[in-house]
Design a protein around this ligand. Structure first.
Ligand SMILES: [Zn+2]
Length: 471
């Protein structure tokens, strides 16, 4: 006895009929706008090679750390979900077995955004109309596996079907960007751009930092044994990334700390961390100094900066040792921005040539720190709710806590921030629905007229992302 899978047209809208009617009207005007995806982690090789995606488990389960963490928390071992082991111990290789295991635990995702995103993929991308559970696991597997082998489900065809206007991937300065080059050379008009993520050559505590610097010197032809040469290498690499479409940089730091050291002190600090064995205080100060250096370069070359601070990566040492990073063991830390950003803001906060987009996993900072900062400094913008907060409830909290101080124009639309390519339209759709729901309440309470809410709904769905990321 299977159960129906049905995406309700009013999902996420207010339950009150008057407000719901307003939300429906607002959403009708924005639901079909093209998708602008200025920050994410899709693989450019998909669009360069346009090969069929692999089987259902390899595509939808194994790389999704949102799914892995929940299943692991309820006793499903990661090796049973096909996550490759680092120690050579066996892991499940049978995709159908992984899929069945996932299906029999799918009820764990009730009430989570993963359930909403996946149900959308099942219904809208693959046309499934029964719910995923143990009894329907094989039906799902066969339907998805068959579809993935057809041309209509290759990466470029899906990109076009999804109405994506532009999508940014994220690459290290050490990446050759060969896939981006190949996409450009292919004549296919899909707009896939890169973004400059220099953490591997900026964070002395990253594994292989010392080797990374050597490769950074080789790839740029600059002498990275001096601070001046190291900064020149960044400038050169950023220019190459811009040739491959980049309009932004992205910085994933343990904190938002910035510094603005005199040049001789910065050079001496670089000498201390270059070997890769810096004391933690030096490593933190170097990352802080480099955020300000990156801001200086952004003022010159126009790249928008994004800062994603304060995550404890790989909190679980057992999982890290056995399965590596990005397997669901990351935990948010408290955020602090007011003191941390001051050195950078003292230098560039009033300079409208810089756009620095701030993200946080600490909602306590929304109304206390981030909205007041972005509601004052011309260089600052607020990134959308990120990662653990890419969810309906957190989107509501974001608007409730940010809007009265920072307005809408100091926010930058939505980021899907994902490598789960098939879920991208679902994620943007959730954001559009939640923004329309928020605006509908303001209209219902006579705080906005509906024509104003309509303009804002469009800006949040489309215009702000293009403007903030200079796309
Ligand atoms: Zn990201």
């Amino acid at each position: 006895m299977t159960r129906v899978l049905h995406l309700h047209p009013d999902r996420l809208f207010p339950a009150d009929p008057a407000t719901r009617a307003i939300a429906r009207r607002l959403y009708d005007q924005v639901k079909a706008l093209p998708i602008v995806s200025p920050h994410g982690h899709t693989d450019p090789a998909w669009f360069a090679n346009n090969e069929p995606f692999p089987d259902p488990a390899e595509l939808l389960i194994v790389p999704d750390h949102y799914l892995l963490r929940m299943l692991y928390s309820q006793g499903v071992p990661l090796d049973a979900l096909g996550v490759p082991t680092r120690d050579g111990s066996p892991f499940e290789q049978d995709s159908r077995a992984i899929w069945r295991r996932f299906a029999s635990h799918y009820s764990l995702f009730r009430g989570t955004p993963s359930r909403m995103w996946l149900d959308w993929v099942f219904a809208e991308v693959f046309g499934l109309d029964v719910r995923l559970e143990a009894a329907t696991a094989d039906l799902y597997y066969d339907r998805i596996d068959t579809a993935l082998k057809t041309d209509a489900f290759r990466p470029r065809a899906l990109f076009e079907r999804f109405g994506i206007e532009v999508i940014a991937t994220t690459e290290s300065p050490l990446d050759s960007l060969d896939h981006h080059r190949a996409i450009r050379a292919s004549g296919w008009p899909g707009r896939i751009i890169t973004a400059y993520r220099p953490d591997p050559v900026i964070d002395p505590e990253q594994p292989d930092f010392r080797d990374n610097l050597t490769r950074f010197g080789a790839i740029t032809g600059e002498d990275v044994s001096t601070y001046a040469g190291y900064l020149a290498a960044h400038r050169k690499r950023r220019a190459f990334f811009r040739e491959m479409g980049a309009t932004s940089t992205d910085h994933g730091h343990p904190s938002a700390r910035t510094a603005n050291l005199p040049p001789d002190e910065a050079a001496a600090l670089y000498d201390r961390v270059r070997g890769g064995y810096a004391p933690p205080a030096d490593a933190e100060l170097f990352r802080a100094q480099m955020l300000t250096e990156m801001a200086a370069m952004s003022v010159d070359d126009g790249m928008v900066m994004q800062l994603h601070p304060s995550v404890y990566r790989s909190h679980n040492p057992l999982v890290l040792a056995r399965f590596g990073p990005n397997t669901g063991g990351d935990i948010p830390l408290p955020g602090e921005f007011v003191h941390a950003l001051k050195p950078l803001l003292d230098r560039f906060g009033n300079d409208a040539r810089l756009t620095l987009i701030l993200f946080t996993l600490d909602e306590d900072t929304y109304s206390r720190e981030l909205a007041p900062l972005a509601g004052h400094y011309p260089a600052l913008r607020l990134g959308p709710p990120w990662w653990f907060h890419d969810s309906p409830e957190a989107m509501r909290r974001f608007r409730e806590r940010m809007t009265e101080t920072a307005g809408f124009a100091n926010t930058v639309g939505f980021n899907d921030d994902t490598r789960a390519f098939l879920s991208i339209p679902a994620r943007h759709d959730v954001a559009r629905r939640m923004d329309c729901a928020f605006l509908a309440r303001l209209v219902a309470e006579h705080r906005l007229d509906e024509d104003e809410a309509q303009e804002i709904a469009r800006a949040l769905a489309y215009d702000l992302a293009k403007a903030a990321y200079r796309l």
